[in-house]
Design a protein around this ligand. Structure first.
Ligand code: AMP
Length: 280
């Protein structure tokens, strides 16, 4: 296992690997790794000669009132898990290492990133696309694996790669859940036992909405309203529960085939997101 802390050493190493003909798969993360992240590493392992994992809590995607300072961190545990799953390289820069002090360039996607999390976190995706573009240029990957836990993020990155001609294949990975249905997330660590059991209402309400919408497309709005009510009744504060066409990230039309029903809700101070993707 090689661990890099600086941009230049990491990029140098990646460029050498490319020159020697090796294929590279990158898994970008913010650390505090769990089985969801591990599933991405396993997919990357099957794709390429060299698997790289980046561990970086990216300050530019957090708003001042968000949880950047208390985001959970466990570098030694993360390294052990990466070794366990056959990753070859970890890139873990300090916050000050990743951006020059006078950095003044952003990468921004302005369509798919607008609804859902983009609406409640207006500077979030700009931070994500900028850091992921930088990671792509540093790691030189042939493949990058992104989880559908953050489906909108995955679609935005696919769009960035297409529109800016990054020579990278984005591999979407299935959402991994705990046995009781809660989507795995580093932020689950913040939940009390009571909040955690109430938070199961997110997935349950999404599943109910999906069943209703698949049975009757005309019932979309009522199904979403019911999902919001279920989460609220469980003590959650709903940020959004919406349905969108996966391709356009706009409200589905008669032409829509694949849709996403996505939710974000606070339990206590913890904001959780989840989604179901399905064909109409
Ligand atoms: P994060 O560390 O939360 O920024 O996530 C890093 C990557 O892991 C992103 O591509 C996420 O979508 C993915 N990921 C996080 N949680 C899960 C999960 N439960 N299932 C699948 N992928 C996940």
């Amino acid at each position: 296992m090689k661990i890099f802390k600086t941009r230049r050493e990491f990029q140098q190493y990646a460029l050498e690997l490319k020159r020697s003909g090796k294929s590279i798969a990158l898994v970008p993360t913010m650390g505090f790794l769990h089985d969801g992240h591990m599933s991405l590493i396993d997919i990357a392992r099957q794709k390429a000669d060299v698997v790289m994992v980046s561990i970086f809590v990216n300050p530019t995607q957090f708003a001042p009132n968000e949880d950047f300072d208390r985001y959970p961190r466990d570098f030694d545990g993360d390294v052990a898990k990466c070794i366990d799953h056959g990753a070859d390289v970890i890139f873990a820069p300090e916050p000050g290492e990743m951006y020059d002090e006078d950095a003044s360039v952003w990468v921004e996607e302005i369509r798919l990133s607008k609804p859902l999390c983009g609406r409640s976190r207006p500077t979030f995706y700009r931070g994500v696309t900028t850091v992921v573009a930088k990671l792509f240029l540093l790691a030189q990957p042939d493949y990058a694996v992104f989880g559908l836990k953050d489906a909108q993020q995955c679609f935005v990155i696919q769009k960035m790669v297409r529109d800016l001609d990054f020579p990278i294949e984005i591999i979407p990975a299935p959402l991994v859940r705990d046995a009781d249905g809660l989507a795995l997330s580093s932020r689950n660590r913040y939940l009390s036992a009571d909040e955690r059991s109430r938070a199961l209402s997110i997935h349950q309400s999404l599943l109910a909405a999906k069943t209703e919408i698949v049975a009757n497309r005309e019932s979309m709005d009522e199904a979403l309203e019911r999902a919001r009510a279920v989460i609220t009744a469980s003590g959650g504060r709903v940020d959004y529960v919406d349905i969108l066409d996966c391709r356009t990230m706009e409200y589905p039309t008669s032409k829509s085939t694949q849709v996403i029903v996505a939710a974000a809700a606070f339990f206590g101070t913890t904001r959780l997101i989840d989604n179901e993707i399905f064909d109409l």
